[in-house]
Design a protein around this ligand. Sequence first.
Ligand code: ADP
Length: 491
Amino acid sequence: MAKKEENRLKILVVASECVPFVKTGGLADVVGALPISLKKLGYDVRVAIPKYKTINEEKFKIRDTGLRIDIDIALFNHTASIKESVFPGTDIPVYFIENKEFFDRDELYRTPQGEYWDNAERFMFFSRVIVEMLRLMDFKPDVININDWHTALIPVYLKTIYASNDFYKNVATVYSIHNIAYQGLFDKEKLSHANLPMDLFSIDKMEFYGGINYMKGGIVFSDIINTVSKRYRDEIMTSEFGYGLDGVLRTRANDVYGILNGIDYSIWNPKTDTLLPVNYNEDSLELKEQIKKKLLDDVGLKYTENIPLIGLISRLDDQKGLDFIAAIIDDMMRLNLQFILLGTGDEKYHNLFNLIKAKYPEKISVNIKFDNKLAHLIYAGSDIFLMPSRFEPCGLGQMIALKYGTIPLVRETGGLADTVLQYNFKTKQGNGFVFSGYDPYALLYTLKIAIDTYKNKTVWRKIQANGMKTDFSWDESAKEYVEIYRKAIEK
Ligand code: ADP
């Protein structure tokens, strides 16, 4: 019994977003699923996120703990109210850090025109509140799993101005990098706004081309660093993918891990998905056709038998290889296919895809919005799922598509390379179509092969079956997380 208690790690996961409360991308899926698997393994796990305007207090039964925390930022005092709830259907505590000035906004990080001007302050506030909150609640985690740049100041605070405080002794930190392209780059004056020592402004700490870099702080001061696939772990240590942080990562190469994200199959499963008009499995794949009809009808495209439907669901960002699609769109439209795009993000892509839609109204449906229900229909109703990303730390879309018998066509990078294997027509192994290189015509060529293959129903079924068998559930990944938590604690 004593041994069991000893092994019952206390884990705090801190992030800027979390399913089902608030989501803009894959980070939220991870933070919403990993804690549930950790809990199943018997650990005391809790989660903390900001309380954004869009988080529905009534729906999620969020209550005020009464705890207030005052933080000085620059010359001003800001108060956090600590609110609390649980993950629906569990007893996993979730803390919501509320401050109306910082978090009561329509978007999380930016408007289509650009980043919020005070993101440095918003997330230094959030990070510092988390550190203070632990002491005031007398919850001392064995490990804090921070995520991306928003929370990267937590280990910086712990190893500097809180270093001599006994309460924080032996609190280990694991830093999960979900996307190294977003680092939190700010003026060096922000250090004093954060009440952090100015000597952090040095090349071996947070200095980065004349400013400061939150993510670099996270890398330097965390005990263990983790990212979301093995391939991406290796890639970010190269100058091509490291966005300037490859050097500092290489100095910590022995502490850098790559654990593939899982998929929450209680949400993403064609057998049980409540957002679909019918459910199906490997043996009833013909039902996909009904969903395809409904999907095409919903978006105003005409259904014709045997025309493959290409789906794409993505943040509209340079990272996602959308310029490849723009480059080949006219060639693509000459092929026998239909195309549904769902996404939101950069205004330049909103305009571009609206122009393309106007040119090819019968072949393309462009949906510039965030729409979870439509996403489920596209995963289930499409034949091919397109992910031509320039880089992709892990990528969830391709893993979801595989489960729905929708064959992914991806660029060979990061987590896409780790999860999608080019189908081999001889050995009948493989679960999708893969191209490499930075060449839009490599994408076009692979798309032509995919469309040709679609005509052969036996082969198509085989690829679908291979994909649906692939298991990316969280349970295995969660065990790997526990291993790195223990490594961090040992340090
Ligand atoms: P990233 O985190 O880089 O945005 P991922 O592939 O890891 O990319 O995760 C994206 C997640 O967000 C997937 O679950 C995807 O289905 C979802 N998603 C992205 N854009 C939209 C949208 N416009 N509407 C609904 N879901 C979306």
